[in-house]
Design a protein around this ligand. Structure first.
Ligand SMILES: Nc1ncnc2c1ncn2[C@@H]1O[C@H](COP(=O)(O)OP(=O)(O)OP(=O)(O)O)[C@@H](O)[C@H]1O
Ligand SMILES: [Mg+2]
Length: 287
């Protein structure tokens, strides 16, 4: 659990004021006519890097697809995309080509063996790691185009509270923060959650505890974070911020092996503990 000290540090790190982007409601409102069926947009983010966002995005998408959802995963970690590595894809057309007008969005959509579609950023996207009005507009255009075609769009974002990460997350209907039980990951998750509350008006954030080790359980991690949020974040808000634990995924050697083989867990180790935990998380999220 972040101590009072760590919580205080996280607080001051996240008190740079509201980020300069438009509010999430304005962005959400820009996404299309109300009332029309469109995908639920789910952002997967984290405070600390390397906690398992891309692994979760790729495998949760497969589990949701297995439940019958039409899912698109968008590699929204624009500067440091790595969904292609996890899925063993060598894309011919990427979001970069779409953004630069060289190819159409349809040409960039790739069907993967997990039964869902991906839209890869590509290495050329490094120039988009800075948030410009052009990047904002292109992301919104892309989401507006794909949203009516799917039940869910998963945004695999970068870590941390940079403008580009917060902007991408601001486009989502719901947010999953991936956190591991290490103090640094929990402290950074806390900082992210605090910024989501203050700058995007979020009052409900989902948590997925990943790489849980023996002796620590997901509900315990969620309860620790909720206590710090109750103490340091909610008192300044119009209503309390609620964390909802949707996944409790153990550290499992099968995950490293699947990533090494560049395969989905459900394909190479379907019965392993982590695969079962991902399937359970999909059950909680399913619409
Ligand atoms: N449940 C798990 N058990 C064991 N290893 C895991 C687990 N989850 C993730 N890993 C390991 O952590 C590595 C990093 O995962 P991943 O690339 O998904 O993190 P990330 O949060 O997307 O990173 P980045 O912030 O760089 O985008 C994986 O390659 C895998 O080896
Ligand atoms: Mg990643």
């Amino acid at each position: 659990m972040p101590s009072e000290d760590t919580a205080g540090r996280a607080l001051s790190r996240s008190q740079a004021g509201p980020h300069p982007l438009e509010g999430s409601d304005a962005v959400r409102g820009a996404r299309g006519a109300p009332g029309l069926p469109r995908a639920r947009i789910t952002a997967i983010t984290s405070g600390k890097g390397g906690v398992g966002k891309t692994f979760v995005a790729a495998n949760l998408a497969a589990a949701l697809a297995a439940r019958g959802e039409r899912v698109l995963v968008l590699d929204a970690d624009l500067g440091l995309a790595n969904l292609d590595v996890v899925l063993n894809l060598v894309p011919k057309v990427t979001l970069h080509d779409v953004f630069t007008g060289k190819r159409t969005l349809d040409e960039a959509l790739i069907e993967v063996s997990g039964g869902y579609t991906v839209l890869l950023a590509g290495s050329g996207m490094v120039e988009y790691s800075r948030l410009t009005p052009e990047v904002r507009d292109k992301l919104i255009d892309t989401l507006n185009t794909v949203a009516p075609r799917y039940d869910r769009v998963i945004l695999d974002t970068g870590a941390g509270i940079s403008d580009v990460v917060l902007y991408t997350v601001s486009l989502a209907d719901e947010i999953i923060v991936v956190v591991t039980p290490e103090p640094t990951s929990m402290t950074d998750a806390y900082a992210t959650i605090k910024v989501l509350a203050s700058s995007q008006g979020r009052r409900h954030v989902r948590l997925l505890v990943n790489q849980r080790v023996p002796g620590i359980d997901g509900p315990g991690v969620a309860a620790q974070l909720q206590r710090v949020v109750d103490r340091h974040v909610s008192p300044g808000l119009d209503r309390p911020l609620v964390l909802e634990l949707i996944g409790d995924v153990p550290a499992d050697p099968s995950v490293r092996e699947a990533v090494r083989k560049r395969q989905l867990l459900a394909e190479c180790f379907p019965g392993c503990d982590a695969a079962q935990a991902i399937a359970a998380a999909a059950g909680k999220l399913a619409m």
